[in-house]
Design a protein around this ligand. Sequence first.
Ligand SMILES: NC(=O)c1ccc[n+]([C@@H]2O[C@H](COP(=O)([O-])OP(=O)(O)OC[C@H]3O[C@@H](n4cnc5c(N)ncnc54)[C@H](OP(=O)(O)O)[C@@H]3O)[C@@H](O)[C@H]2O)c1
Length: 348
Amino acid sequence: MTDIPQKMFALVQKLDGYSGTSEGPRITTLEPYLEAGEIAVPQPGARQVLIRVRTASVNPSDLHFIKGEYGQPCQRGVPAGFEGCGDVVAAGDGAQGLVGQRIAFAVTQGGSGAWAEYALTDASACIPLRPDVSDDDAAAQIVNPMSAMAMVGMAQEAAGDGGAFVMSAATSQLCKLMIALGRDRGLKPIAMVRRTDAADPLRALGAAEVLVTTADDFGDRLKTVFRDLKPAIFFDAVGDQISERAFAAMPNGGRWVIYGKLDPTPPELRDLGQLIFMNKRIEGFWLTRWMRETPPEKLGAAVAEVQARFADGRWKTDVTAHVTLREVMEKLPAALARPDGKVIITPS
Ligand SMILES: NC(=O)c1ccc[n+]([C@@H]2O[C@H](COP(=O)([O-])OP(=O)(O)OC[C@H]3O[C@@H](n4cnc5c(N)ncnc54)[C@H](OP(=O)(O)O)[C@@H]3O)[C@@H](O)[C@H]2O)c1
């Protein structure tokens, strides 16, 4: 550990536990949630690795988390940031084989976050990287790509060969991955977006139909497209009244899978007969649970396909800005306001 310093620059959480609020991932200032400064570099325990961070992504889950609104509690004084890419520089017992490798990583509970010069996580949450995957693509290699693999797999099972599935917030990085993967697997992705200018790029990516929720003819198009394509499953990151309208327009047996809460106000269910007489279902998806419950050989195959898709260009991470750790407090909120891509944090 000779070239590892005692101290590092990091963005540490200010809150502890859960806040009980439900504001959603929008951020105008980071002051209430994060503090920038020098802290001790963490030491890896058994089966843990210390990573010198190259790039870290900023996902909506990170923003929910620092506000105390995520599925696991805040920890005051611990760096934020759920995923990134870096080099393993030290390891505890049982993880020495990773030292020296460039990896993509997710930060597990008991670890130390990616919005820092060094991060700490379990060896099992690290993916050794092919050299042809860039540091930017590798920064967002787990949360969204693995969710895309999981949910498109669910769509294949629910819709069958050539069937259709629907997505809200379809301009998101995750939905762009799902659209391309769905098209490649012979499915018909239906994209719901709120911006008209997003329609053509999503069609080019593989969307069979794009429904613009803010357009005057949205209600008519929703009915026509759902009648013609009969989507079996709806992946919803928004959870607003438009989501409920889409669920109501689905055919018998339709499944509404809620995996995000981008709108802070939950929708009202206006027709419970949909559940009773039309056999429709409402459920949730959380990657953390899917990873826990999926057999290791299926997970391994998904990881390999994710890297192959980034390496050969079938997938890419759209990056709107790079922000250094020291710039985050001042520049991240404005950078996040730009549409159509990820903000990547770099150490310098
Ligand atoms: N449950 C899980 O395991 C899991 C895993 C991964 C991701 N997620 C969720 O997936 C979602 C997408 O993640 P991402 O990283 O791909 O996001 P992202 O690239 O940052 O994109 C966010 C998207 O949300 C849209 N949006 C925000 N607020 C909206 C609203 N009120 N109504 C409609 N659209 C809205 C934006 O649309 P505009 O382009 O119009 O601004 C943008 O396309 C997030 O909710 C995230 O938490 C969940």
